[in-house]
Design a binder for this molecule. Structure first.
Ligand code: THU
Length: 134
């Protein structure tokens, strides 16, 4: 089940998924980053023939948000090519934590029937972050 308040953001993430460039994995992922004012920035995965140059949807969304002038992302929505929710990879978890250690993350299957919500601290306990350096 997906809450009505979340659905519009999942729809945006799903639209971004349709823009993914994934000729190698055929695994398309879309993300929608939302700030406290409801401003959004979208991301999709962008693969590369030099595989290590690939960028995930979550990081693309965070970088797009920063470039657009959004500061703290309060909620990130994620939709991938799977019936069940797909969770962010480890590298993305680190980038999400840097943006906002209290970020909420919601993941849905691509049919937008089912969602899971958690915090970045659930996904990256004992994180190394800005507080370790400042
Ligand atoms: N991918 C994402 O976009 N986000 C994740 O959290 C997991 C993986 C992408 C990267 C690559 O283009 C494809 O999915 C397969 O790993």
């Amino acid at each position: 089940m997906i809450y009505e308040a979340d659905m519009a953001y999942f729809v945006l993430a799903n639209k971004a998924r349709s823009h993914a460039y994934a000729p190698y994995s055929q695994f398309h992922v879309g993300a929608c980053a939302v700030d406290a004012d409801g401003q959004t920035a979208l991301g999709c995965n962008v693969e590369n023939a030099s595989y290590g140059a690939t960028m995930c949807a979550e990081r693309t969304a965070i970088f797009a948000a920063v470039a657009a002038g959004l500061k703290k992302i309060t909620h990130l929505y994620l939709v991938a090519d799977a019936q069940t929710p797909t969770f962010p990879c480890g590298l993305c978890r680190q980038v999400l934590y840097e943006n906002n250690p209290d970020m909420i993350i919601s993941m849905a299957g691509c049919d937008l029937n089912e969602a899971v919500t958690c915090t970045i601290k659930d996904l990256l306990p004992h994180a190394f972050g800005p507080d370790n350096l400042i």
